[in-house]
Design a binder for this molecule. Structure first.
Ligand SMILES: Cc1ncc(COP(=O)(O)O)c(C=O)c1O
Length: 451
């Protein structure tokens, strides 16, 4: 199949064949996609546009990342200016001013005490960086026996070997060999029986954090480096933390000298109505992994924010010694730093985190209005995020939601995200009240159509 060209003849690219064969799409059924592609060629604010000019309302902030909306003028201009002035600078042994400026700005948004920022290029790299910092932290403090990492069932921490090892999604793990050794998992926090149709954090489930004590008793605290959780698990279908759960995890980690890592790749930069979920829940981890919203999705960037004490533990030995043998060619890439600074300006100037907080009740009500639709098993909401579980078709798990996504895109002009038979909605934080209404009307139509 030939697809519409977006390149101009002057660019030379128009002379190249543009078909669907070469690109191996990630996390996508390639053959089905290539038979009926969902293509976008342009985006602005709350909308994507197809080659024939059809507007598609963005119900997913791209992939949980475009929190300030799409192709925002200040971000586009900042990237262009930076490309002109300094396209690349190494971050090993050299640096550029925007890297320091962005690190300071991120530290200022993070909970007090977390103020050292390590940059990388994605959420997966952020997670692997956080895990490596945790392991090395214990090593440099002569507690090198602390090598175990504890994740959680249904956790998603990206696709690096560290991330899939601590992650808890079977399909992301079972194809890839033995993964990291010495990893254990907490139980997932979701129970439909006890939590169905909860707005925000469910009452039931704080006790599940106590399973960490069982794991400590099994392995001994002296062998455990860190616990990593998403404050709100996004990718497995929007699972807000039970009330008090994160506080209990923090207390158990403190009791046993275990580092607590929050993977805030989705929850960072306003998704739950605060700069970080750590602030919403009043729980301060030792490390925060971030990505996505830091540049509003415009240029790849991720990173880790560390407690000052973690950073300081490395600052020993002769001054000429490299303290952490880790980093990426594109750590603190100038274009990403410029995009990040412009995105943070937008979040501040347009009060977007506060806006998400204010819109949360309206968003939750609009989502819960779908409760009585046929085949809806559960709806969960938190911040500007909703998960809607559909009853799977007998013998065809995921098929109903896949059809819903397809119909939403082609028939309703709405981008939704699916995992299994769960629909996730997480629009840019600039979404207007009327657009929230429009989104859920469209989702309701689609759910009726696939039932
Ligand atoms: C919680 C969490 N961690 C890590 C990642 C991985 O991020 P990336 O796809 O940028 O590697 C994601 C991606 O959705 C995520 O949701």
């Amino acid at each position: 199949m030939t697809i519409p060209m977006t390149a101009t003849p002057e660019s030379g690219a128009a002379h190249q064949p543009n078909d669907l064969e070469s690109f191996w799409l990630p996390f996508t059924p390639n053959r089905a996609f290539k038979r009926a592609p969902r293509l976008v060629v342009r985006a602005k604010d709350m909308h994507y546009y197809t080659a024939d000019g059809r507007a598609v309302l963005d119900g997913t902030a791209g992939l949980w990342c475009s929190n300030a909306g799409h192709s925002r003028d200040p971000i586009v201009a900042a990237i262009a200016r930076q490309a002109e002035a300094l396209d690349y600078a190494p971050a090993f042994q050299f640096a550029h001013p925007q890297a320091f400026e962005l690190a300071s700005r991120i530290a200022a948004l993070a909970p007090s005490g977390l103020d050292r920022v390590f940059f990388c290029n994605s959420g997966s790299e952020a997670v692997d960086t956080a895990l490596k910092i945790a392991l090395a932290y214990h090593h440099v403090r002569a507690e090198g026996a602390r090598t175990r990492l504890i994740g959680r069932e249904r956790g998603y921490h990206g696709t690096g070997f560290g991330g899939i090892s601590v992650g808890g999604i079977v399909n992301n793990r079972k194809f890839f060999g033995t993964l990291l050794g010495g990893v254990d998992h907490l139980p997932a926090t979701y129970s439909r029986e006890h939590q169905a149709f909860t707005k925000g954090e469910p009452h039931w489930g704080a006790h599940l954090a106590d399973d960490l004590e069982r794991i400590v008793a099994l392995h001994d605290a002296a062998t455990i480096a860190a616990v990593i959780v998403e404050p709100m698990a996004g990718s497995t279908g929007v699972l807000p933390p039970p009330q008090g759960y994160l506080q209990r995890l923090r207390a158990i980690c403190d009791r046993h000298g275990i580092l607590l890592i929050f993977d805030e790749v989705i929850t960072g930069f306003g998704r739950l109505g605060h700069a970080f979920a750590a602030e919403r829940y009043g729980v301060t981890p030792d490390l925060i992994a971030f990505a996505k919203g830091v540049t509003s999705g415009s240029v790849p960037m991720g990173g880790v924010i560390a407690r000052e004490g973690v950073y300081n533990a490395f600052m020993r030995g002769p001054e000429q010694t490299i303290e952490l043998f880790h980093g990426y060619t594109y750590s603190a890439h100038p274009l990403a730093c410029a995009a990040g600074l412009a995105a943070l300006d937008l979040y501040r100037d347009e009060n977007l985190f506060e806006r998400a907080r204010k819109l949360e009740p309206l968003f939750a009500d609009a989502a819960m209005a779908l409760k009585e639709l046929p085949g809806v098993l559960d709806i969960r909401t938190v911040g500007l995020t909703a998960g809607i579980d559909l009853a799977p078709r007998p013998g065809a798990p995921g098929a109903r939601a896949a059809e819903a996504m397809n119909r939403a895109f082609h028939d309703e002009g709405l981008m939704i995200r699916i995992t299994g038979d769960t629909i996730a909605l997480c629009p840019p934080l600039i979404v207007r009240e009327a657009q929230i209404g429009e989104m859920f009307v469209k989702v309701a139509k689609v759910i009726r159509a696939v039932t």
